[in-house]
Ligand binder design. Structure first.
Ligand SMILES: Cc1ncc(C[n+]2csc(CCOP(=O)(O)OP(=O)(O)O)c2C)c(N)n1
Ligand SMILES: [Mg+2]
Length: 613
């Protein structure tokens, strides 16, 4: 046994739980913990410019690699309240992050002391557990339980609040014999798998809806194996995008009322059976539930028992980790195939593949000011399949999902449920810390960028290079579009004449000036043909200077992006692609998909007649 402060014990536990990085902002009530970090010397600390930023960095860090747990640290009072948005975002997307906050001494908790707030109570609804530690000897055990909880069942965040006297108190603690608590995950049984395969077998037009639980279980390869074995097309959710490569012959497109493909919606509506794995029937995926459900059989697999039936009652539910479920399903499917008992799905799969070719939206526009679709077309040209995209909310995010391509899990990093403006810039920094070799590309609207642009200085200080594609329409674009329903354009304009900048042309903030002021590099683009060279230059600048590089694209002020309220009522505002050159970087043209699909049978004339989707 060794005698040490509870703060030293806390840092020692973090190390034994695999923590190598922390994002935070020091303050008086957390100083003993910082002193312990300093003494330990093994945890690299990234100094955020805002506590909310540190919580999103922690999320970005976790989301980048299986097993990662991002840690954010702050002082008492406002530091914890600032982190609430990150905790909510992590909770909503099943992302484990650990928030550690300082607190006033135990004896002063009820005295309305300076910067004292009951942060455990504030954080309770947005964490799996939020606790103020009242006994120093409980610090190691509290953290041990925190890690166990974060990893157990449906993953999620925990907040541990440490009063300053608790941090400073000495305790007996033996770190050498410390072990993380074992995590047991529920697993589908053989009987479950038989039942699921029976239900799929009865269907003529089945699809798999692949959710973020597959990413969390690191089971994308299993998903693809199961899809290939059974020939069933896959519709990834926003959180599951990348679990099957965009150019895979069984990738049927995403379904949803905003972040979706026309082909994905058409295929879902044509399906008679939906097997959801690690998904939660999110409202932006299902849209109107009546339209989504009618005439279809639903099977739902989720690690959290109370998720089954939460949004609607499925015909059959299985409580299981996604990987364990897929492994069972694969075993049964293999046996049935060997026995000649798997239905031939080729015709159905070809029909779904054909929709991907014939239902593209147009991206090739030469307009000045630039139309947003063109930005994503050029991004597809410049950024390869290894790129990690980071995005949050707004028309910029919705268009990104409609037009970009993702080929691997954890390469579309998005706060899918909470969508807090400001998330993109700090989350991308967390991604850079977790994977320093990655090409990281963030997509921001101008307002999203303005929410937390100060975090760019963190990238400049700690040499975290990534590219930010900032699409500037000088509008709260998504809200402006939704205000159409109220026949107004009210409080959504970001435009003004900037006294200090002749460059901005009434668009308001000079983002180039801001980025440069924060120690980053920045470029501004106004012509469609200049997007590609600017993105290429940005790549070079990140490599040369090792700082974030902003590529601001001045967009037309008003563009409406396709969306609706039900899968069969998506409103298209721009032309659809009718010729391959209308959507030259559409995945339908990828060589891989072309051979797989035997394109002799699939006309490359794109069909825009089916306006129902
Ligand atoms: C913290 C927070 N406040 C408000 C909103 C509501 N909201 C969603 S999108 C949006 C406007 C986004 O504007 P911008 O980032 O410029 O993207 P655009 O839609 O113009 O592409 C707002 C205000 C939000 N998502 N998060
Ligand atoms: Mg905007």
């Amino acid at each position: 046994m060794a005698r040490m402060t509870a703060a030293d014990a806390a840092v020692a536990v973090l190390r034994r739980e695999g923590i190598t990085h922390a994002f935070g902002v020091p303050g008086g009530a957390i100083n003993p913990f910082y002193a312990a970090l300093h003494r330990n010397g093994e945890i690299r600390h990234v100094l955020a410019r805002h506590d909310e930023g540190s919580s999103h960095m922690a999320e970005g860090y976790t989301r980048t690699a299986p097993g990662n747990i991002g840690v954010c640290v702050g002082t008492s009072g406002p530091a914890g309240t600032d982190m609430i948005t990150g905790l909510y975002s992590a909770m909503a997307d099943s992302i484990p992050i650990l928030a550690i906050t300082g607190q006033v001494p135990v004896a002063k908790l009820h005295k309305e002391d300076f910067q004292s707030v009951d942060i455990a109570a504030v954080a309770a609804p947005v964490t799996k557990w939020a606790v103020t530690v009242m006994e120093a000897a409980q610090v190691p055990g509290t953290l041990q339980k925190a890690f166990w909880l974060m990893r157990t069942g449906r993953p999620g965040p925990v907040l541990v609040d440490l009063p300053i006297d608790i941090q400073l108190a000495e305790i007996e603690f033996d770190i050498d014999s410390y072990e993380p608590l074992p995590v047991v995950r529920p697993a589908a049984t053989r009987a479950h798998a038989e039942r699921v395969l029976d239900l799929l077998q009865q269907a003529q037009y089945p699809v798999i809806v692949a959710g973020g639980g597959i990413v969390n279980a690191d089971a994308a390869a299993r998903l693809v194996e199961f899809a290939e074995l059974t020939g069933i097309p896959v519709i990834p959710t926003l959180m599951g995008w990348g679990t099957i490569p965009d150019d895979h012959r069984l990738m049927a497109g995403m379904a949803g009322v905003q972040t979706a493909h026309r082909s994905g919606n058409a295929t879902l509506l044509a399906a008679d059976c939906v097997l959801g794995i690690g998904n939660r029937w999110a409202s932006r995926h299902t849209g109107d539930l009546e339209v989504y459900r009618v005439g279809r059989t639903f099977i739902h697999v989720d690690i959290e028992p109370t998720q089954i039936g939460r949004v609607f009652a499925p015909d059959y539910g299985v409580v299981s980790d996604a990987r364990a479920a897929l492994e069972q399903f694969i075993e049964v499917a293999r046996e049935r195939r060997a026995a000649g008992r798997l239905p031939d799905r080729r015709e159905w799969a070809a029909e779904c593949a054909r929709r991907r070719v014939t239902m593209e939206r147009r991206t090739h526009f030469d307009n000045v000011p630039i139309k947003p679709q063109r930005v994503y077309e050029e991004m597809n040209r410049v950024f390869g399949p290894e790129t990690r995209y980071v995005s949050t909310i707004g028309l910029s995010q919705i268009a990104a999902t409609q037009f970009l391509h993702v080929y691997r899990p954890r390469q579309w990093l998005n706060c899918g449920q909470s969508g807090p403006l400001g998330w993109t810039v700090p989350a991308a920094l967390g991604v850079c810390v977790a994977d320093p070799e990655a090409t990281v590309v963030a997509i921001c609207g101008d307002y999203d960028f303005q929410f937390m642009m100060e975090e760019l200085a963190v990238g400049a200080q700690f040499n975290l290079p990534y590219i930010i594609v900032l699409v500037n329409n000088a509008y709260l674009g998504l809200i402006r579009q939704s205000q159409g329903a109220f026949d107004m354009d009210y409080c959504v304009q970001l435009s003004f004449d900037n006294l200090n900048s002749s460059e901005t042309d009434g668009y308001g903030v000079d983002h180039v000036m801001v980025a440069e002021g924060l120690g980053c590099k920045a470029l501004r683009v106004r012509q469609p043909d200049d997007i590609l060279p600017a993105l290429e230059s940005a790549k070079k600048l990140t490599a040369e200077y090792q700082v974030p590089v902003v590529v601001e694209v001045i967009l037309e002020r008003v563009t409406n992006i396709a969306m609706g309220t039900a899968l069969d009522e998506i409103v298209e505002f721009d032309e659809l692609a009718t010729r391959p050159e209308d959507a030259p970087t559409a995945v339908a043209h990828s060589a891989d998909l072309a051979t797989e699909r035997n394109l002799d049978e699939v006309p490359l004339i794109i069909d825009s007649r089916s306006s129902a989707f």
